[in-house]
Design a binder for this molecule. Structure first.
Ligand SMILES: NC(=O)c1ccc[n+]([C@@H]2O[C@H](COP(=O)([O-])OP(=O)(O)OC[C@H]3O[C@@H](n4cnc5c(N)ncnc54)[C@H](OP(=O)(O)O)[C@@H]3O)[C@@H](O)[C@H]2O)c1
Length: 309
């Protein structure tokens, strides 16, 4: 059976936080959740882009309930501020979609000195999720959705002695590492939710090859040959953002979506969202344990699964 946006159940009364909601897949996810009645907190970096994204949702979904929340995942101070504001405004968070990301860019550092792709794609989301736990655990069945990529296949597990790839940087190595981190984070988080006896689920998705700003931004920023190739290719053969958002929406809303599972397009990069098996090092407990230790060490944020309010 093909799952589509028409299968999203009523989300009235639910609070969703979507990172990177000012464009690409995040905007699609925010729009569809709002269309189904969720109150959507659009957590985004570029505020001009966020205002026009919000206005575009309002023009298509006149009764949409949306809020803008500034969030720069390349700054732990900004992550803390955003989490504090969300906790102050909402007793519960039912859906957290950790979507924002960067791909294949030249070497840069976050405000806290992290390698940029690891910092934005993984460490910022790790800290945000940990800080939002009191509200996630206040839900009667929260979903945390992490967004990986086929790039994880060429990523290596974090080296605890050099997670920021000092002296060893390559744009694709860094993207692969961050996207493998997204997968391992999601699986380990789900294991921890279950071990703590909470009803929350953590689910990981790959959207498929989708025409957003992801490839164009990396081509603009680097001018690299492979980046330009992907940017041109996605314009020709990529899925639309509405199609690419479906695995995220399924993980966030399908009552049957399974915690600790991976959802991707049926033909890896194209097609409707389906559950896919996970093999081999995708399930490495050792890599997940290392990821957790390094992430807590780097961010200074720990996971307290007793943090209900
Ligand atoms: N499109 C694909 O083919 C594809 C395939 C596999 C995986 N993915 C994953 O899908 C996710 C969404 O990407 P997309 O395709 O929608 O790309 P996109 O159109 O480039 O959107 C990326 C989003 O991330 C946000 N972002 C970047 N840096 C940020 C920061 N420091 N703090 C907060 N937000 C930040 C951007 O906001 P600003 O403009 O404000 O920076 C934007 O909203 C990413 O995790 C990506 O790895 C995409």
């Amino acid at each position: 059976m093909t799952w589509s946006a028409a299968d999203i159940p009523d989300q009235s009364g639910r609070v969703a936080v979507v990172t990177g909601a000012n464009g690409g897949l995040g905007l699609e996810v925010a729009r569809e959740l709002a269309r189904r009645g969720a109150l959507v907190v659009m957590a985004a970096r570029d505020q001009a882009k966020a205002s026009s994204a919000r206005a575009s949702i309002g023009s298509q979904v006149p009764d949409a309930a949306t809020e803008l929340q500034p969030l720069d995942l390349a700054s732990l101070a900004s992550v803390r501020e955003a989490a504090a504001a969300i906790l102050a405004g909402h007793r519960r968070v039912d859906i957290l979609v950790n979507n924002a990301g960067l791909m294949g860019i030249d070497e840069r550092r976050t405000e806290d000195g992290f390698e940029m792709q690891l910092g934005v794609n993984h460490l910022g989301h790790f800290a945000l999720t940990a800080l939002l736990l009191p509200a996630l655990l206040g839900s009667d069945g929260a979903r945390v959705v992490s967004v990986t990529s086929t790039g994880r296949h060429f990523g290596r597990p974090l080296d605890p002695d050099n997670p920021h790839l000092h002296g060893n940087y390559d744009p694709w190595r860094a993207y692969g590492q961050s996207k493998l981190a997204n997968l391992h984070f999601a699986l380990e988080l789900d294991r921890r939710f279950r071990a703590a006896g909470t009803p929350a689920r953590s689910i990981v998705v790959h959207p498929g090859f989708t025409g957003t700003d992801l490839q164009a931004r990396s081509a603009r920023e680097t001018g690299g040959r492979s980046q330009r190739f992907f940017s041109a290719a996605v314009r020709r053969v990529g899925m639309t953002p509405a199609q690419g958002a479906l695995p995220l929406l399924r993980a966030a809303t399908d009552p049957g979506a399974v915690g600790g599972a991976l959802y991707t397009p049926r033909w890896v990069n194209w097609g409707p969202p389906v559950r896919r098996p996970l093999f081999g090092r995708s399930r490495s407990r050792e890599a997940m344990a290392t990821l957790w230790e390094v992430s807590e060490r780097e961010t200074g944020v720990g996971f307290d699964l007793a943090a209900r309010r």
